[in-house]
Design a protein. Structure first.
Length: 140
């Protein structure tokens, strides 16, 4: 479980809320003062397996060049009823690949990644023909 904190301008708060609602996450928002400007802070508990996707969408929604804008997440321990319901609703985004599946895929890729002398020869001939074409175009 990760705690995601997003600080953004009041004008960008609607876009951040849209992202969090689209993902079905329950969040807490508060208005704070950041260097004399009103800033919205969103706090939400997010499952580990979707944090990158959610953070990417939020970073596209806000302007991180502003001094008061930030997206930060860090691990937390403990359980939450709200968090448990979020995990259940986001379970469809969990990767379905097991370690054995990935290892099998790598083995198949390695076994089929052989260099064939005929393909190597054809690639060399094609490169030479392309080189002659470029030289001819440069001289004319």
């Amino acid at each position: 479980m990760l705690r995601l904190e997003v600080n953004c301008g009041v004008d960008e708060g609607g876009e951040v809320e849209d992202v969090l609602k689209r993902w079905g996450l329950q969040y807490y928002s508060e208005r704070i003062d950041g260097s004399g400007k009103p800033v919205l802070r969103f706090t939400v508990l997010v499952p580990d397996f979707v944090i990158n996707d959610i953070a990417d969408e939020i970073m596209k929604a806000i302007d991180l060049r502003k001094g008061h804008s930030s997206v930060v997440w860090f691990p937390v321990s403990g359980k939450s009823v709200k968090y448990s319901s979020s995990v259940k609703s986001l379970e469809k985004y969990r990767r379905r690949w097991s370690t054995a599946d990935v290892e099998g895929l790598i083995e198949r890729a390695n076994s089929s990644a052989r260099v064939d002398p005929i393909q190597l020869t054809l690639g060399a001939v094609a490169s030479i023909i392309a080189l002659f074409g470029l030289l001819r175009a440069a001289w004319s």
